[in-house]
Design a binder for this molecule. Sequence first.
Ligand SMILES: *Cc1c(COP(=O)(O)O)cnc(C)c1O
Length: 457
Amino acid sequence: MSENSIPYKIYLNEHEMPIQWYNVRADMKHKPAPLLNPGTLQPMTEEELSGVFCSELAKQELDETTPYIDIPEEILKFYKMYRPSPLVRAYCLEEKLQTPAKIYYKFEGNNTSGSHKLNSAIAQAYYAKKQGLKGVTTETGAGQWGTALSMACSYFDLDCKVYMVKVSYEQKPFRREVMRTYGASVTPSPSETTEVGRKILAEFPGTTGSLGCAISEAVEAAVSTEGYRYVLGSVLNQVLLHQSVIGLETRAALDKYGIQPDMIIGCAGGGSNLGGLISPFMGEKLRGERDYQFIAVEPASCPSLTRGKYAYDFCDTGKVCPLAKMYTLGSGFIPSANHAGGLRYHGMSSVLSQLYDDGLMEARAVEQTAVFEAAEQFARIEGILPAPESSHAIRVAIDEALKCKESGEAKTIVFGLTGTGYFDMIAYEKFHNGDMSDYIPTDQELEPGFASLPNVE
Ligand SMILES: *Cc1c(COP(=O)(O)O)cnc(C)c1O
């Protein structure tokens, strides 16, 4: 079914859902740089990766030639509970902005976990179950990924151990309880339960943790427990592959109405929702069939694409993971404590990094008060209370629609609305109380992060 020669063809089932994921790497001339073994600095083999990840996922991670990969029946069955997700025309927003632009958003917040992360969580849990594993470990920052994975594991009756960044564990007790409702065990990170956690605690007593640190703990727990593997909710090639379901559905829905977008916008933390949303469209651009403007939106306080270096880096603080070549601020980078809007990972997906480096995608950095202004405006006009992460994309979609108003161009804008913000009301509260500031790191403040980069060409 997956002939490279057809321009594009999305196969849908009777529920109007794609039955294959699309692997954009197959159409990339410059492939993303391989993951390196941190010890030997040689590309990671499937066998090495299979010690950490489920075997099928290790295979997907390394597959840069197969354009379409069948979505297993069991995963399609789960997707059916909340997919296809709505592609909505933002009529009210267009009217309010008095723009000639047409604005569409793909809404991924229609499931209990509240974000797109469930699309990959269910795939990863499925492959773990199929391999006969007992359980999986992972990290979670704000908690969306942990929640999504808990739901997926409970569906397949797998054990789920979540290391949750301590500051979120304390500030977001409700997320924690949702995870426990789905049967996950949740440990605040750094913890005394792992060697790397104890080491970090000894070095930085009182630390409230970071994503990079929770990743190290989750990986250690996986490789040291029989029948467990580690799973990750963003950044990796396999996650972008699973998230391509977002872009495929968007493409299919637009096709149905004969709509051709000009511009596709998404927020970028590790790059999974944006990568998934743009993949099929990027494929068309890579194959020279059609052109699009793609815009990645990141926080000005954690600007990995707009101010980072394109270099090999550690994916985690404890330096236990393979090295990835990406736009990065360095694994030693820690965003300002005032930063409330998510998207705080120091690096970016290798696929998106390569596409950005090749000039196929743009990036913008936005300040958080402007993001929350857009969030509030969107909530009032379109009715949905957006996640702070998603609101980065809303900000730029509104900015672009306003530019169209000036120029009189009726562009068609599509953006990814990745989730809802019900668990982010502390951040909204800060905004409403005027306690939120726009911290932008100086070049000098970025230096220590860059100094933490390994010396690998
Ligand atoms: C995790 C998350 C993001 C950012 O992750 P990506 O991998 O960059 O997509 C964006 N929005 C929401 C709602 C999230 O939960």
